[in-house]
Design a binder for this molecule. Structure first.
Ligand SMILES: [Zn+2]
Length: 292
C-alpha cells in the first residue's frame, strides 16, 4: 500500500495500542504493518512535523486532532500516549527522557516480541526517570542505555537488595503524587536532586576514601561507599535519568525524608555546604506545603 500525504484519509486498519505504549511506537508499528518506513508513515500522518521527537514530547493540538482523525480515536487518547506537559504545568523537570526510552521491561518486551503486530512496541514508562518497576506487569525495569548496561550493578548486590522495599516506597510516593495532581510536585524532584549534592568539606575530610561524599549518606549510610565502588566517576545527577542502581538508593532516601520531613532539615543542613543551605531550605519549604 502506498501512503499519500495529501489528504487526511483514515487508515483502513488501525492497530490497538498496547498498554502504556508511546505514540512514536504505535506509529512505527503501523508503518511496519503497512510495509512502509517510519519516516513515510510520519510524513503521511503529520507532514509538518519537524522532528520525530515531537511525537512523544511536544505534539501540538492540531497534530493531536489530525492523528485522532486518521486513527479514528479521541485526540485525548493520542495525548495520553505522549509525555506532553499536563494542563496544570510543565513536564517534570529532568525526569522524562528527552529523546528515547532509557530503560526497558524485559517481560513486556518479550510478550510483545512474540506477536507479529506488537513487535518492538515501546512503552511510556521506559522514559520515566523515577520508576523502578513496570506499571503494566510490575517487573523491575532494566537499564537500556549502553553505558548503564555496561556499568549495571547486579540487583542482588547486598546494598541494593537490603533497601529494595524502601525504594519501592519511594516509587510509590512519586506514583501517588502524580496521580493526585496529574504532575509530579517539583519539591519531590528537587529532593532527588539535593540528596545527591556533595556534602560539606568537613564531611569530605571524615571520609577521605570516598571521592565525593553526598548528602544522601546522612539518610542512607553506605551510599557513598556504594557509589565509590560502582560509580567512582559519577559527578552530578544531570538529567536525573539515573541508572536504575543509583535511582534505587535515591528513592530510598526520598522515602525516608518523606516519612518525617521536618526531622531531616537539621541533619541535612549541618552536612551540606553553606552555599547549598538556601536551596535545601527552599526544598523543605516546598515539601511542607505538599504534606501540610
Ligand atoms: Zn512490564
Amino acid at each position: 500500500m502506498i501512503l499519500r500525504a495529501a489528504t487526511i484519509r483514515p487508515l483502513p486498519v488501525v492497530l490497538q495500542p498496547v498498554r502504556d505504549e508511546l505514540l512514536s511506537s504505535w506509529l512505527r508499528r503501523h508503518a511496519a504493518f503497512y510495509g512502509v518506513s517510519g519516516g513515510a508513515m510520519l510524513r503521511h500522518c503529520l507532514p509538518d512535523l519537524s522532528s520525530p521527537r515531537e511525537l512523544d514530547l511536544s505534539l501540538d493540538r492540531a497534530s493531536q486532532k489530525r492523528l485522532g482523525d486518521l486513527f479514528r480515536c479521541d485526540p485525548f487518547v493520542i495525548r495520553g500516549m505522549t509525555h506532553l506537559p499536563r494542563a496544570t504545568g510543565t513536564r517534570p523537570t529532568g525526569l522524562i527522557a528527552t529523546t528515547r526510552p532509557m530503560q526497558v521491561c524485559k517481560r513486556c518486551a518479550l510478550r510483545h516480541q512474540a506477536r507479529e503486530h506488537t513487535r518492538d512496541a515501546r512503552l511510556r514508562s521506559w522514559m520515566v526517570g523515577w520508576r523502578l518497576s513496570c506499571p503494566v506487569c510490575g517487573a523491575s525495569l532494566q537499564d537500556a542505555r549502553p553505558l548503564d548496561v555496561l556499568a549495571r550493578v547486579d540487583a542482588t548486590d547486598p546494598f541494593l537488595a537490603g533497601v529494595a522495599s524502601h525504594a519501592r516506597e519511594g516509587e510509590g510516593i512519586m506514583t501517588r503524587a502524580l496521580h493526585r495532581s496529574g504532575r509530579l510536585p517539583e519539591p519531590l524532584v528537587e529532593l532527588m536532586r539535593v540528596l545527591l549534592l556533595p556534602s560539606s568539606d568537613a564531611a569530605r575530610g571524615r571520609h577521605p576514601e570516598v571521592g565525593i561524599p553526598r548528602l544522601l549518606e546522612v539518610v542512607l549510610p553506605g551510599f557513598d561507599r556504594f557509589m565509590q565502588r560502582h560509580y567512582p566517576t559519577f559527578l552530578r545527577p544531570g538529567t536525573l535519568l539515573l541508572a536504575i542502581s543509583v535511582r534505587i538508593p535515591v528513592l530510598v532516601g526520598l522515602a525516608a525524608v518523606m516519612r518525617h520531613p521536618a526531622g531531616w532539615i537539621d541533619p541535612l543542613l549541618s552536612a551540606a555546604h553553606e552555599r547549598a543551605h538556601g536551596r535545601l531550605a527552599a526544598c523543605f519549604e516546598g515539601l511542607a506545603t505538599m504534606t501540610g
